[in-house]
Every structure is written in C-alpha cells, then in structure tokens.
Design a protein. Structure first.
Length: 159
C-alpha cells in the first residue's frame, strides 16, 4: 500500500490503454529483465517528486544515525569528517539510482498487470505470463501478423 502510494506520487500515468501487441512486447522484455521505455506503457517519472520522496525516506534513516554517532563525529579530525561526508554523499546518489530502478520496475509491472487484466481477463498474470510469452515468441518465429496475433494466442491457450 505504501509502495503503491509512492509509485503513484512520483509517476505520471497515462489514461490511454496499452495496446495488445505492446503489452506482449513489454511482457517479453520485462520477463527478460530488460529496461522498458516508459512512454510505451504510458508512464513518466516526475524527477522532482522522486528526489523529495527519496530524501524523506533516507532522512528517516540518516537523522537517527547522525544523532546516535554525533559525539563520535565531534571527536574526529575535520579532514576525516570531510572524507566521510564525501563518501556518504556519493553513497546517497548511488542509492538514488537503485531507488529509481526499483520504482521503474514497480510501475512497469503495475502497468503490465493492469493491461493484462484488460487483455487477458480469464488468464491471471502470475499464472500465464510466461506461457503467453512463449506463445508470443512462437508467433514471431512463425511470422504471424499483428492482425491475427490475438486469435493465435487465444487458440494456443485454449488447447
């Protein structure tokens, strides 16, 4: 629930539905662990909001630690404090990259599942996403046209 609120706050999501072939291609890429262009699935990051959320989350951790170790930091040489500050600043920005990747994966999966519920209402995502991916790859190998793709996949699923 908290994760969903963060995702909805830091991303702008299109109201346009995801097309059938786009869903299949996005599912294929997502299953392979590839990065999917957000505009294809209809989302865009609001970078300012992402920084705000990230800084709030990190300060929940940093502030108590700073208070706990404040006496130790006052005893350190100023050069050591500067080096530690540089290290933690670099660490903070590095962790932000992981935060963006986590958020992007979460919104991608959320958009794929939402489109899946529309395109395949009788085939739950968790159960069928890999099977449909295999059928989609078979359809590509056989040269099935986009026009006949949905019929081909549903026929294969019904067998």
């Amino acid at each position: 629930m908290f994760k969903n609120k963060i995702i909805l706050y830091i991303y702008s999501i299109s109201k346009q539905p995801v097309k059938f072939t786009v869903l299949l291609e996005a599912n294929q890429l997502f299953n392979e662990g590839m990065k999917i262009d957000g505009s294809i699935l209809g989302f865009r990051i609001k970078l300012g909001r992402a920084y705000i959320v990230f800084l709030l989350l990190t300060h929940i951790i940093i502030v108590p630690v700073a208070f706990a170790f404040h006496n130790l930091f006052t005893l350190l040489d100023c050069h050591a404090s500067i080096i530690l500050t540089m290290f933690f600043t670099a660490l903070l920005f590095g962790v932000f990259s992981f935060f963006k990747k986590w958020a992007r994966d979460a919104i991608t999966q959320q958009r794929i599942k939402a489109a899946w519920a529309i395109q395949f209402p009788f085939f739950p995502y968790e159960t069928y996403h890999k099977e449909i991916n295999n059928i989609f790859e078979q359809a590509l190998a056989e040269g099935i046209s986009k026009k006949n793709l949905e019929t081909f996949i549903l026929d294969k699923l019904s067998n």
